[in-house]
Design a protein around this ligand. Structure first.
Ligand SMILES: [Zn+2]
Ligand SMILES: [Zn+2]
Length: 267
């Protein structure tokens, strides 16, 4: 898997808010400013077919309307057919994102919803484990599905998705692991120090863990906890994300190298 850490910051710094692109087509969170960031990094927005939303805070999903505009209208301009867009997220993901789009661009809502075939995974209703296949029917000859090779019948890719409830104040919040070719990447989303967060770290080879502050608080993790986890799980790569300015400084002062926006990770 190739994972681009598109954004590394919490709400306040100049860096883009925490978000990731897996193998060019799976987004983990879609914060305000993400589409422009993808353009700055020269990434193809039309390849996105899946968005995993961790929770309904603006710095995690407010650029969805901008993504839809690209998929609906830029695809038409380039003469490419829009592929289905799968959205996974908290309870009410469908209603919440439809409301967001209508608030953003009421005048194009009908056209967007007629153009993009949406699919929703409501984590509370549809379960926490899903197998995603790309492209859906594969491109090669039909064959046996081989998860060890990350191959679906027909030659497409398989990604096994698992969601974990995490504690982020009163907001329903989820972290994810994504497994392909027996390698697992984890994304905690916004969380306090809680069992779900640690389960994600344990299940992952490479885990992106939020650290908004130098020292953890009731709603967000801190760099102190990142350092603890790195010591407890030395065989894992544990990378801070969603960093505030002071958190970034604290990590560097502790000898860590805080990732910059656009850092590419390979698994
Ligand atoms: Zn956040
Ligand atoms: Zn949040």
């Amino acid at each position: 898997m190739e994972i681009i850490q598109l954004g590394t910051a919490s709400i306040w710094p100049a860096e883009v808010s925490s978000s990731f692109l897996i193998d060019g087509h799976i987004l983990v969170d879609c914060p305000n400013g993400l589409i422009k960031q993808m353009k700055r990094l020269d990434l193809d927005i039309l390849k996105i077919d899946t968005v995993l939303i961790t929770h309904f805070h603006a710095d995690h999903y407010f650029d969805l309307p901008l993504l839809y505009l690209e998929l609906a209208f830029d695809a038409a301009e380039r003469g490419t057919q829009s592929c289905p867009l799968t959205l996974a997220g908290p309870s009410g993901i469908r209603a919440q994102t439809e409301t967001l789009y209508r608030l953003a661009y009421a005048d194009t809502a009908q056209a967007v919803y007629e153009t993009i075939p949406f699919r929703y995974i409501d984590l509370a209703e549809d379960g926490r484990q899903h197998r995603l296949r790309y492209p859906e029917h594969g491109s090669g000859p039909a064959g046996a599905e081989d998860p060890a090779e990350g191959l679906a019948a027909g030659g497409g890719q398989i990604y096994d998705l698992r969601a974990y409830p995490v504690i982020h104040g009163a907001t329903e919040a989820w972290g994810y692991t994504v497994t392909c070719r027996e390698k697992t990447a984890g994304f905690t989303g916004d969380t306090s120090f809680c069992p779900g967060m640690e389960e994600i770290v344990r299940a992952s080879d490479l885990a992106f863990v939020e650290a908004s502050y130098p020292v953890h608080q009731s709603v967000h993790m801190g760099i102190d906890k990142i350092l603890e986890l790195q010591k407890k799980y030395p065989e894992k790569r544990i990378i801070p994300t969603h960093m505030g300015r002071e958190a970034r400084r604290a990590y560097e002062e502790a000898g860590g190298r805080a990732p910059a926006d656009g850092t590419v990770w390979r698994l």
